[in-house]
Design a protein around this ligand. Sequence first.
Ligand code: ZN
Ligand code: ZN
Length: 180
Amino acid sequence: MLFAHDTDLALIATAALINTGRDEVDTMTTASQLSEYLDEQGYSGRRDGDDAELASVRKLRERLDTLWSMDVDDVAQEVNDILREADARPYLSRHDHWDWHIHVTDAEAPLADRMAAENAMALIDLIRTGQLERLKTCAGDDCESVFVDFSRNRSRRFCSDGGCGNRAHVAAYRRRQAGA
Ligand SMILES: [Zn+2]
Ligand SMILES: [Zn+2]
């Protein structure tokens, strides 16, 4: 295990959020898409389900998307800003089927603030262990997806082995065949 499981989950949720805006079709344009995303990622706490909430999550998505490829000093600054803006007060929580893990804001704080603060806490783990380079963008030709490289030697290049990795292998094979 590289990080605490809540760090892993927060990073995976962050990548998934960013990718909703990087796919050909934006898949975070309605309250029900947001609700689906939250269910998938196992978010608890307050949900308004209104347009204002959706708008604030979309704004957060843009911010995190930019942050994904910043250098470490800028990410550190952003993390500090996010934690201050979200009024972060970390505490341990245990609920549903989850054992002790960190919550960063009150369960009744606005959704986008809670998401931002949890993401920021996960980024702290990456920054202070010198592993920010695990935040990657897919090397696939037609793919802009981001992903977190959890591999031991940080060698992963594609968002999915089955999809982009496979297509890249096939393309390389065809190029070799064509050249031969
Ligand atoms: Zn929780
Ligand atoms: Zn990809």
